[in-house]
Design a protein around this ligand. Structure first.
Ligand SMILES: Nc1ncnc2c1ncn2[C@@H]1O[C@H](COP(=O)(O)OP(=O)(O)O)[C@@H](O)[C@H]1O
Ligand SMILES: [Mg+2]
Length: 370
C-alpha cells in the first residue's frame, strides 16, 4: 500500500515537471499556429507519462525489462498522438485561413462567401457573425449609394432650376439697360417675381439642409390645431383666390398639439400650396383636424384627380416632381421632403392616399394630454 502511494507520488512529480515545462513552452509559442499548440499538448501528454515512468524506475520500483516495455509502449503512443494532433492542427489552421480570406474579400468591398467547410463550433459561430456583419455592411453601403445618388441628382436639378430664372433676369436687365424695354414696369415686376421664386428655392434648400444635418432646433409650444389650421388657411387665401379654388376648413376639431408653430406653419403652407396648385379652378381644397387613436391628424384634401399608385411612395422624396417636365413654374420638388422632415422631427408621420377625385395628405402628430 505504501509502495503504491510512493509510486503515485513519484509518477505525479515526474508528470508535473513535464507539465510545467509544457506550460512554459505553450506560453512561449502562444502566438503561433493552433497546429503548433496542439502538437505541444500531445507531446506534453506523452512526456508526462514518460517522465512519471522514468521517475518511478529511478526510484527502483521497476525492473530494467519493465522499463523498456513501458518506454516502447509510450513511444508508440507518442507517434500516434503527435500525428493526430498535427493533422487536426493543420486542418483547423487551413479552415481558419479560408475564413480569413473570405473575411478579407468583404472588407475590400465584396460580399462574404462563407467557406463551405467549418472546422469546429467556434469557427462556425464566427462565420455566422461575419455573414451577419457582411449583410449589414452591404445594406449600409447600398443606403450610402442611394443617398449619394439623390444628392447628386438634387444638385443637378437645383442648378438647372436656378439657371432658368437667372437667364431670364439677365435678359430682362440687359433689355432695361439698353433701353429696349417698352414697358419697364412690367419687366421690373417680372424680375421681382423671379427673384422671389429664387429666394423661396434657396430658403427651401437651406431648410432641407438643416433637416438633413439634424440641426433643426424646435421650440415646441402648445397650440390648438384649430389656430394652426386657421392661420394656414388665412395665409393660403390669396393663392386660392388667384386659382379660383375654394378653401374649406369646417371639420377642424379643437384639439391641442405641441409643435414648433413656425415650422408647422411651413408644413401646412407647403401642403396647401401644393393642393391649390394642383386643383382645377372651381375645385375645392379641404383642411381637417381630428383626434385619432394614433394622435392628432391634420389633413389636406385636394381635387387633383389622384396620384398614380406607383408614385404614392415617392412624392415625399427629395427633388421628386412626378413625371411632369422639370420646368418652372413649380417648386423644385423640395416642399414635401421638408414636410416629412419637419413632421418626423416632431415624432410624427406624414403620408398620402388617394380619395375620390383627388388625394389626401395627412400629418399625424403625437397627442398631448388635455
Ligand atoms: N396635393 C397634391 N396633389 C397631387 N400631387 C401632388 C400634391 N402635392 C405634391 N404632389 C406631387 O408631388 C411632387 C412633389 O411635391 P413637392 O415636394 O411639394 O414639390 P413641388 O411642389 O416643388 O413640385 C409634385 O411635383 C407633385 O407631382
Ligand atoms: Mg410643393
Amino acid at each position: 500500500m505504501t509502495d503504491m502511494l510512493l509510486i503515485a507520488l513519484f509518477a505525479f512529480l515526474g508528470a508535473a515537471a513535464a507539465g510545467l515545462l509544457g506550460a512554459l513552452v505553450l506560453w512561449m509559442l502562444r502566438h503561433r499556429s493552433l497546429a503548433v499548440s496542439l502538437t505541444v499538448v500531445a507531446a506534453v501528454a506523452v512526456t508526462a507519462m514518460l517522465a512519471g515512468t522514468l521517475t518511478v524506475a529511478w526510484a527502483m520500483f521497476l525492473s530494467a525489462h519493465d522499463l523498456s516495455v513501458v518506454t516502447t509502449v509510450v513511444a508508440m503512443a507518442a507517434v500516434v498522438s503527435l500525428a493526430t494532433a498535427m493533422l487536426l492542427g493543420r486542418w483547423v489552421a487551413a479552415r481558419s485561413r479560408d475564413l480569413t480570406l473570405a473575411a478579407r474579400s468583404f472588407g475590400d468591398g465584396g460580399t462574404f462567401d462563407a467557406p463551405a467547410e467549418q472546422a469546429n463550433a467556434e469557427l462556425a459561430g464566427l462565420t455566422r457573425e461575419l455573414a451577419a456583419t457582411s449583410a449589414k455592411l452591404e445594406s449600409s453601403r447600398e443606403r450610402e449609394r442611394a443617398l449619394e445618388r439623390s444628392r447628386r441628382e438634387l444638385v443637378a436639378w437645383i442648378s438647372h432650376d436656378l439657371r432658368t430664372p437667372l437667364t431670364g433676369l439677365r435678359a430682362m436687365s440687359e433689355a432695361l439697360e439698353d433701353g429696349m424695354a417698352a414697358d419697364s414696369g412690367r419687366y421690373l415686376r417680372q424680375m421681382r417675381k423671379e427673384v422671389e421664386r429664387m429666394n423661396d428655392m434657396v430658403g427651401d434648400l437651406f431648410e432641407l439642409s438643416r433637416i438633413h444635418a439634424g440641426s433643426l432646433t424646435l421650440t415646441p409650444t402648445r397650440v390648438s390645431a384649430h389656430d394652426l389650421v386657421g392661420d394656414a388657411l388665412a395665409g393660403a387665401h390669396p393663392l386660392a383666390r388667384e386659382h379660383g379654388v375654394r378653401l374649406v376648413g369646417d371639420l377642424v376639431e379643437e384639439v391641442p398639439v405641441e409643435v414648433d408653430s413656425k415650422e408647422m406653419s411651413r408644413v401646412m403652407g407647403n401642403l396647401l400650396i401644393n393642393a391649390i396648385r394642383r386643383t382645377p379652378a372651381d375645385g375645392t381644397v379641404a383642411v381637417a383636424a381630428r383626434r385619432s387613436p394614433e394622435g392628432v391628424v391634420l389633413s389636406v384634401t385636394d381635387g387633383c384627380g389622384g396620384i398614380p399608385d406607383e408614385d404614392l411612395d415617392r412624392v415625399f422624396d427629395t427633388g421628386w416632381r412626378g413625371n411632369h417636365a422639370r420646368t418652372p413654374p413649380g417648386g423644385a420638388g423640395l416642399g414635401l421632403a421638408i414636410v416629412r422632415g419637419i413632421v418626423e422631427a416632431h415624432a410624427g408621420r406624414a403620408g398620402v392616399h388617394n380619395v375620390s377625385g383627388g388625394c389626401c395628405f395627412e400629418v399625424t402628430l403625437p397627442a398631448v394630454a388635455g
